[in-house]
Design a protein around this ligand. Structure first.
Ligand SMILES: Cc1cc2nc3c(=O)[nH]c(=O)nc-3n(C[C@H](O)[C@H](O)[C@H](O)COP(=O)(O)OP(=O)(O)OC[C@H]3O[C@@H](n4cnc5c(N)ncnc54)[C@H](O)[C@@H]3O)c2cc1C
Length: 479
């Protein structure tokens, strides 16, 4: 089989990464009966970082990784490649878990940033790692309050050095657009070519001695007498421990192992488009540095430029998966979400409206009930899981990879003691209330944010429904 995949067809990044590495064939599918000390399911960032951590910490243990497609074909090869830890969410973390836990998580995010930087420098490939910082900016008068509140909260927490308040004039030094108002600059942020990163991690895992099997979907996982059996189409893999790193696809699997977990997360979707190279148009608005730009909506527009002068524009406003149906067309082919990406260009950067588009795609997001990732174990500690990146996983997947390696090895350390492993996730309403309520709230928030962008007052009903999650003290769906 050639190195093509559904993911390659859908994401500009993966197609580019595969072309760049020169048609590397997939690793052989698993056929027959195999054994490993630890088996990992899923070859995205999480599975690959976990595999590397396991081999680095315990070279005496055998590690096998199965991937249903090719490594990087999931969301790891589809995202915007904005890389940052938790300074942007420090105030929300502090409200949720207290200041100490918030700082601990943010410092682990900085550790992850260091690990990514050093991997980029040492992996022997150009994965387009660029450190330019990230700008969160108000793009409508109604968004000014979010910028003010974030700046005030960072100052209350004594974290101003991680988030510099920028005047409208200073924002213009980054990008000249009549839509952009005041902002906050997060210096730690970087950008990367996400699919090249995933493929470089794959190469590193092979070099580290991981037994990799691509085009090998797990059909069933059975834990029996302390041993884990993974069924695949042409054989099976037996292991002492299993790490589930299959992102939204572990929802169903986890529900069978631990029913309580199915109330802890949902699948949303995010959409992006990549333009043709337009370096002269970006230069004309002064956007020459690798700073990425997001607006201050809760269903935010995210954007960045690439080293070859393309613009990526995305929106986190895609549909919700009904009852965990993560393969539904709404997760990858929602015309309304793609239209919002296109409108986002005209809205944030009017001078770029109508630039030719090279590719459009969407992907499912694993959203946890507090919108931060979590790692844990079930089946008597035999199965470790990590999920809940909630649209922010490039940097945190390193942290969760370390947590999963520690859980699989039974190690108690700074990762397993961190809030990523120890905090309790709130429960979400049961289905179908979760899906129906989620859809109503999503529609209401979109209506409010679109009205605010046009400087109109949103309909009263939309405002009332959008306020419900805060009233009920939920952390998901809040504005
Ligand atoms: C459009 C979009 C934009 C985003 N932008 C950003 C961003 O700019 N910055 C950021 O930090 N995050 C972003 N994210 C989120 C980020 O991409 C994810 O959080 C991250 O890639 C998750 O990595 P993962 O390894 O958990 O998932 P994945 O990369 O999806 O890996 C899971 C793998 O498991 C495999 N798999 C599934 N089921 C099975 C099975 N039964 N057997 C074997 N293998 C299986 C899949 O094929 C897949 O390769 C974005 C997401 C999307 C969709």
């Amino acid at each position: 089989m050639s190195a093509t995949s559904a993911g390659a067809a859908a994401s500009w990044w993966l197609a580019d990464a595969l072309a760049d590495e020169g048609r590397v064939p997939p690793a052989p599918a698993l056929a027959g009966v195999a054994r490993a000390d630890i088996a990992i399911v899923g070859g995205g960032f999480v599975g690959l970082w976990t595999a590397l951590a396991l081999r680095a910490r315990r070279p005496d243990l055998s590690v096998a990784l199965i991937e249903r497609d090719i490594c990087g074909a999931g969301t790891s090869g589809k995202n915007a490649g904005k890389v940052h830890g938790y300074w942007t969410s420090l105030p929300r973390l502090a409200r949720l878990l207290g200041a100490d836990a918030a700082w601990e998580m943010a410092r682990l995010g900085s550790r992850a940033q260091d690990a990514l930087r050093s991997f980029a420098a040492g992996c022997g490939r150009d994965i387009w790692w660029r450190e330019g910082g990230g700008l969160k900016v108000s793009a409508a008068p109604a968004q000014d309050t979010a910028i003010d509140a974030a700046a005030r909260a960072m100052s209350t927490l004594g974290a101003e050095r991680y988030a510099r308040r920028l005047s409208r004039h200073e924002v213009r030094d980054i990008c000249r657009s009549p839509s952009l108002r005041e902002g906050i600059f997060y210096a730690e942020e970087a950008t990367v070519h996400p699919a090249r990163l995933a493929r470089a991690l794959r190469a590193a895992a092979l070099d580290a001695g991981v037994a990799l099997h691509e085009t090998t979907p797990m059909r069933r996982l059975v834990v029996d007498n302390g041993t884990c059996h993974i069924e695949v189409p042409d054989g099976s893999l037996t292991a002492g421990r299993v790490v589930l790193a299959s992102n939204v696809h572990q929802i169903g699997q986890l529900a069978t192992l631990d029913a309580g977990l199915s109330r802890r997360f949902m699948a949303f979707s995010s959409y992006a488009l990549m333009t043709q190279p337009v370096p002269e148009r970006l230069e004309a608005i002064g956007w020459t540095s690798p700073v990425s730009i997001v607006d201050a909506r809760s269903f935010l527009h995210y954007s960045r430029r690439t080293p070859d002068g393309r613009l990526l524009m995305g929106t986190g406003s895609g549909p919700i998966a009904r009852g965990g149906q993560v393969e539904a067309a709404a997760m990858t082919r929602d015309a309304a979400s793609l239209a919002r990406c296109e409108r986002g260009i005209g809205r944030l950067f009017p001078a770029l409206a109508g630039v030719p588009v090279a590719a459009r795609w969407g992907g499912a997001l694993d959203v946890s009930s507090d919108r931060f990732p979590v790692a844990g174990s079930c089946a008597g500690g035999r199965v470790a899981y990590g999920f809940g990146f909630s649209g922010h996983g490039v940097n945190p997947s390193w942290i969760i990879g370390q947590c999963l390696a520690s859980l699989a090895l039974g190690q108690k350390d700074e990762f397993t003691r961190s809030p990523f492993c120890t905090r309790a996730l709130p429960g979400l309403p049961p289905e179908p209330a979760r899906y129906l309520g989620g859809c109503a709230i999503r529609r209401a928030i979109l209506a409010c944010e679109e009205a605010e962008e046009d400087e109109r007052r949103a309909p009263a009903l939309a405002r009332a429904v959008a306020a419900l999650p805060s009233l009920f003290n939920l952390t998901i769906g809040t504005r």
